[in-house]
Design a protein around this ligand. Structure first.
Ligand SMILES: Nc1ncnc2c1ncn2[C@@H]1O[C@H](COP(=O)(O)OP(=O)(O)OP(=O)(O)O)[C@@H](O)[C@H]1O
Ligand SMILES: [Mg+2]
Length: 222
């Protein structure tokens, strides 16, 4: 089955494009067939994908009403995609609503600060209301991004999210230069950034959220 994973967060700059490109490229490295759809007018995802360093199919969709037909066409195409990722802009929009409706998994990145955590909470509520309207279950998880393990701020933020019963992956993307370098290289994360992103994918797989990721492959190479 093709997994449709939308990365959504109403607060800008929380790490949507970073998270998406990191995990999509690791899945590709592991042999998955992946498509990515950029819906953000800033086209950051597209400029990463255009560097052609990662073997995936990418497209840009600017019309919110065409997003779901585009996803359906990709699912029906001769290419059997293991995963279709959708990147969104950092504000609440009709496009974000369609991206939520198109997906069976939502990732909500949040850096360890109050503004991102509030954005994550609002985004989670938005996902819940779309799911209720559509009468379907949409799994959604906050993913902590750019985490500095030497401070207590992350714990304060994650405790607050947990107290509000907002589902969250235990694995986090640490603050690593390797994540920033992806923008200029067009490749996946390297070094310790790679290991950090791999832990996020392994967490997703452990929860049965993704069907394609052979964690044994990276355990051998780590
Ligand atoms: N784990 C990380 N380590 C280091 N830098 C990070 C990490 N995660 C995100 N960043 C940095 O944070 C900034 C914002 O990230 P990104 O562009 O992925 O956010 P976004 O949510 O896609 O933003 P926008 O809302 O503008 O689309 C970038 O400079 C990125 O390199
Ligand atoms: Mg972005």
């Amino acid at each position: 089955m093709t997994q449709v994973i939308s990365v959504v967060q109403e607060k800008g700059g929380a790490g949507k494009t970073t998270l998406l490109t990191a995990i999509a490229s690791l899945m590709v490295e592991d042999g998955a067939k992946v498509a990515v759809i950029d819906t953000d007018p800033q086209r950051h995802l597209e400029s990463w994908a255009k560097k052609d360093q990662t073997d995936l199919d990418w497209l840009y969709e600017e019309n919110d009403e065409k997003l779901i037909p585009t996803v359906k066409a990709l699912k029906k195409s001769e290419q059997t995609y293991d995963a279709i990722f959708i990147d969104t802009a950092g504000f609440k929009s009709a496009m974000a609503m369609h991206a939520i409706a198109a997906a069976n998994l939502i990732l909500i990145p949040s850096k360890a600060n109050e503004a991102d955590a509030k954005g994550a909470k609002r985004t989670y509520s938005h996902v819940q209301s779309v799911a209720e309207t559509m009468e379907k279950e949409i799994a959604s998880f906050v993913v902590m991004m750019d985490v500095d393990t030497n401070t207590n701020i992350t714990e304060a933020i994650t405790d607050a999210l947990d107290a509000q019963e907002i589902p969250r992956l235990r694995a986090m993307c640490a603050h690593r230069t390797g994540f920033k370098e992806m923008t200029s290289t067009g490749a996946g994360p390297q070094g310790s950034a790679k290991r950090s992103a791999q832990s996020v994918l392994a967490d997703m797989q452990g929860r049965g959220l993704i069907s394609y990721y052979r964690s044994d492959a990276w355990q051998k190479s780590a």
